[in-house]
Design a protein around this ligand. Structure first.
Ligand code: URA
Length: 462
């Protein structure tokens, strides 16, 4: 089968240099970045392809990642890194499948199960969603880990399977494969264990490479801001958003970035199976209000990018109809079935993996909840086993944290603040200590956090 039949596009041309492989010296490239110099497109491409081939070992890439983390990258270097990652695999052209395909991506948050609701409700509007997702990274969760808590669910589709599924079902959520942005999978896993995650160029290249490789025409970027985000301030979140929007636009994509709050966890559940359950509840019309509003905003921007609604109000009505009619839930089940998952888990979420210990954490005092430190909650979920401590660790699907309250709620002393789902008594104890520290109280009602800080369209970016 030739490439065009497969829906693959030719890789973006990197000027061919017959000496590139001979000339590439990983140590020089690391030293150059360590010293704050600018890398050329060829150097970046050689280094990334060398890593994927296995010629550049993990320890050299780890050193380079730290140099990038500390020294940063120019916009041009970031765009070149994005293309180098794209060029490590196939680049899909979905134009033969549908005139406009949409995608979304989050920069990483705590309790961020947005894709599990947004992808099916958008696809239920008849708008194909082709999404390449990631795994847990640092204190943030990963969509693929969450979905894999459904027995049998496959997040490692081949390029052919990915394409066939968008064509047949109009919805696919899969991971980087050996075919699609494989360099991102390898870099992502190394960043996770080398404290090099929260870097604007590395996040921008990681996200945009997946978005460009998987071929969608319209991309909504959910850029998280706050304690539970890689970007703690609105200023840094805006810089990340602008970088990604520029990269997408320069490659012919329509891109909108939504800066959304991540000071406290999104919704109530943080973990894997507990988040899948909350997403299914939301698709059944019983989700937490903040999470539902967030999903409607992200999904609404996807519908608007595709021109399926004339304004935000119309987009919202269309999406609410998919929720209330059950069409969104049906689409989620269709996706689970297409990817080998057991749909009985969707019909009856009690089948999802359960932790041996489920223990409430009582409020130590009465008062208003002034803060729930999302980063601490995410780190605690990872410590319980929901994330990875080191590369390749398995995740425990059953463990996590389910909040009973959100910032602004009044609680009485002794009332449960949250429940901890654990599989080991020592981890439960550590989690209790951390979570007590993560929650602050006040006598007066606190200022509520905005759910959405701002929306940036490609026309707003210079
Ligand atoms: N999501 C990604 O895909 N990559 C990152 O680096 C962070 C969030």
């Amino acid at each position: 089968m030739n490439d065009s039949l497969r829906g693959r596009a030719a890789p973006e041309a990197i000027p061919h240099n017959p000496y590139a492989r001979m000339r590439m010296n990983a140590i020089e490239i690391i030293a150059k970045k360590r010293d704050g110099q600018t890398l050329t497109r060829e150097e970046i491409n050689d280094f990334v392809q060398g890593f994927v081939r296995g010629d550049v070992p993990d320890y050299q890439v780890a050193a380079w990642l730290m140099a990038v983390f500390l020294r940063g990258m120019s916009y041009q270097e970031t765009a070149d890194l994005t293309l180098a990652i794209v060029n490590s695999g196939d680049r899909l052209d979905l134009s033969g499948i549908a005139p406009f395909v949409v995608d979304k991506h989050s920069s990483g948050g705590v309790g961020d199960k947005t894709t599990l609701v947004v992808a099916p409700i958008v696809a239920a509007c008849g708008l194909p969603v082709a999404k390449m997702s990631g795994r847990a990274l640092g204190f943030t969760g990963g969509t693929l880990d969450k979905l894999e808590s459904i027995r049998g669910f496959r997040a490692d589709l081949t390029t052919e399977e990915f394409l066939a599924q968008v064509r047949e079902h109009g919805i696919v959520v899969s991971g980087q494969s050996k075919d699609l942005a494989p360099a991102d999978g390898k870099l992502y896993a190394l960043r996770d264990v080398t404290a090099t995650v929260d870097s604007i160029p590395l996040i921008a290249a990681s996200i945009m490479s997946k978005k460009i490789a998987s071929g969608a025409n319209g991309i909504v970027l959910d850029v998280k801001v706050g304690r539970g985000a890689f970007m703690e301030t609105e200023e840094r979140a805006l810089e990340l958003a602008q970088t990604m929007v520029r990269i997408g636009r320069s490659l012919g994509r329509r891109v909108t970035a939504v800066l959304s709050d991540m000071n406290q966890p999104l919704g109530l559940a943080v973990g894997n199976a507990v988040e899948v359950r909350e997403a299914i509840d939301t698709l059944n019309g019983r989700g937490p209000a903040d999470f539902l509003q967030h999903c409607l905003t992200i999904a609404g921007q996807m519908v608007l990018l595709a021109g399926r609604a004339k304004d935000e109000h119309e987009a919202r009505e269309l999406l609410l109809h998919q929720l209330h009619s059950g069409a969104g839930l049906a689409k989620f089940k269709e996706m689970v079935a297409a990817q080998g998952g057991d749909t009985a888990y969707v019909d009856d979420p009690d089948r999802l993996p359960k932790a041996r210990i489920v223990e409430p954490l009582p409020a130590p005092q009465s008062g208003y909840i002034a803060a729930i430190d999302a980063r601490q909650v995410g780190l605690t979920a990872a410590l319980l086993g929901a994330g990875r401590q080191k590369k390749g660790d398995p995740v425990d699907y059953a463990v996590g944290i389910v909040l009973a309250h959100k910032v602004g709620d009044y609680v009485k002393s002794g009332e449960p603040l949250l429940t901890i789902h654990a599989n080991a008594a020592d981890k439960l104890r550590q989690a209790q200590l951390r979570l007590r520290e993560a929650i602050r109280f006040s006598d007066a009602p606190p200022q509520p956090y905005p759910l959405i800080h701002r929306i940036l369209r490609d026309t707003d970016v210079a």
